[in-house]
Design a protein around this ligand. Structure first.
Ligand code: AMP
Length: 431
């Protein structure tokens, strides 16, 4: 490995620098408040699971499992994989900890990194973060609508405009196998005109043909049978009711018969929420949220019948959008006061004064390592503080301090022991 490589983060994995943290904090904060409102409780599962969990859960035929997993073998011989998505780990935990015996539904949410070995490009990383909401133990389409609503609200609160919710139903074991046959026979009759991937999909995973983006496949797609015309009565009614709930909530959705979401475990409702986001100077319609119902996953993973529905939002993509939306974020750590000092005695006294402010929970900035008053006041200016406290040699001897109002430039000399209370009083008045 060359020197240059060692000084770079791995491909598709990024540092989140201090100046960006406020966007992540804000997003997590809005997500946690919404989670609390909708009754979701926080859960944290290990960042790795047994590889088999994803092979069974996410599914062997999926892109994630076939091409995108970061897997390793431990010294003890276990096959582990960095989570490429939250859902299998959370349902594993749900079963392992007997949450079926809790009053249902159980609503869980989680926030953290996921890992997929993708080709890195704009808006597509190998390590990215997701906000994940899951509801277990409830078959009602009201839950499908509520999950969509919660994520729609998350994006609206962060000032995303022109959001598009795309919805579809992909049926379940009762009707999907038949639809797959109908679709496969359509694909077979056009096999020579299909792209290379879809030729393979026609054999292995025909539903994935529906979201193929290749030019070649588009005319065949336009004539393809649509799954909503082949839903059984139960799946049809579930979809109809989900849409009625969305209508009732006034959510702007669009039916997309080609949305299949590429994972084996989805049943009935699938959805995505899109917005135009500027990523690396390009405006892209990006999926910010994706999810759906997965009534079979409990059976696949642990032999338990657990109706469920959930979704995940892509944190980095949302943060790109938040920056674009010019979201004003008031930093929690905004300092209102700056403590400047000149001379050895003043430096010693200001150390103590700084501690008194900490105990009084008043955020104060300082530059104790700097000696020049000019440099210190320039920093106070940059931080846009309202007040500066200036402690010089004379003040230190007199046990006083100069309090300067940075807005109007007025100055008062006050007793040092009164400084904390005086600042508190003035800050309160200002609010
Ligand atoms: P998925 O689990 O693939 O449905 O993804 C849910 C959301 O995560 C998507 O809507 C995106 O916002 C985000 N996402 C998925 N893959 C990536 C990636 N490779 N890089 C960044 N964000 C992603």
């Amino acid at each position: 490995m060359g020197k240059k490589q060692r000084l770079q983060s791995p491909s598709g994995m990024h540092d989140i620098l201090p100046e960006d943290q406020k966007y992540f904090d804000k997003l997590y904060n809005v997500a946690e408040n919404l989670a609390t409102f909708y009754g979701f409780e926080k859960i944290e599962t290990p960042i790795m699971e047994f590889t088999e969990l994803y092979e069974k859960g996410t599914g062997l035929g999926t892109d994630i499992v076939e091409k995108q997993m970061f897997s390793l073998r431990t010294k003890g011989g276990d096959h582990l994989t960095l989570r490429p998505e939250f859902t299998p780990g959370i349902i594993r935990s749900f079963i392992q900890h007997g949450m079926m015996s809790l009053p249902q539904p159980v609503k869980l949410f989680s926030i953290g990194s996921v890992f997929r070995y993708e080709s890195p490009q704009a808006g597509r990383f190998r390590q990215f973060r997701q906000i994940d909401f899951e509801v277990f133990g409830e078959r009602s389409p009201a839950i499908d609508a509520q999950v969509i609503q919660a994520f729609y609200n998350l994006l609206s609160e962060l000032k995303f405009k022109n959001l598009v919710i795309e919805v579809n139903s992909i049926g379940a074991n009762c009707c999907r196998p038949y639809f797959k046959k109908v679709l496969t026979s359509h694909l077979r009759s056009h096999l020579n005109s299909l792209c290379l991937d879809c030729k393979r999909r026609a054999r292995e995973n025909p539903l994935r043909f529906l979201d193929c983006k290749e030019e070649k496949c588009q005319p065949i797609k336009a004539q393809a049978p649509q799954i909503i015309d082949h839903l059984c009565e139960e799946c049809h009614n579930h979809f109809k009711e989900t849409l009625e709930f969305l209508d009732e909530l006034g959510l702007p959705y669009r039916l997309n018969p080609y949305l299949v979401r590429g994972l084996d475990y989805y049943t009935k409702t699938v959805f995505e929420i899109f917005a135009d986001v500027v990523v690396q100077d390009k405006v892209l319609p990006l999926a910010l949220v994706g999810g759906g119902r997965f009534d079979n996953l409990g059976k696949i993973v642990g032999g338990k019948d657990i109706p469920a529905c959930g979704a995940a939002a892509g944190v980095e993509r949302i943060v790109s959008g938040m920056k674009e939306n010019k979201l004003r974020i008031v930093s929690e750590s905004k300092k209102e006061v700056f403590l400047a000092q000149v001379g050895d005695l003043a430096k010693k006294k200001s150390l103590k004064l700084f501690e008194e402010f900490r105990q009084a929970k008043v955020p104060v900035a300082e530059s104790l390592s700097k000696d020049s008053l000019k440099v210190q006041l320039a920093r106070a200016d940059r931080l846009n503080v309202r007040y500066a406290l200036i402690l010089g040699q004379k003040e230190a001897l007199d046990k006083t301090v100069i309090l300067r109002d940075m807005k109007n430039g007025t100055q008062d000399t006050i007793k040092i022991e009164k400084a904390v209370n005086e600042i508190k009083k003035r800050l309160k008045r200002k609010r």
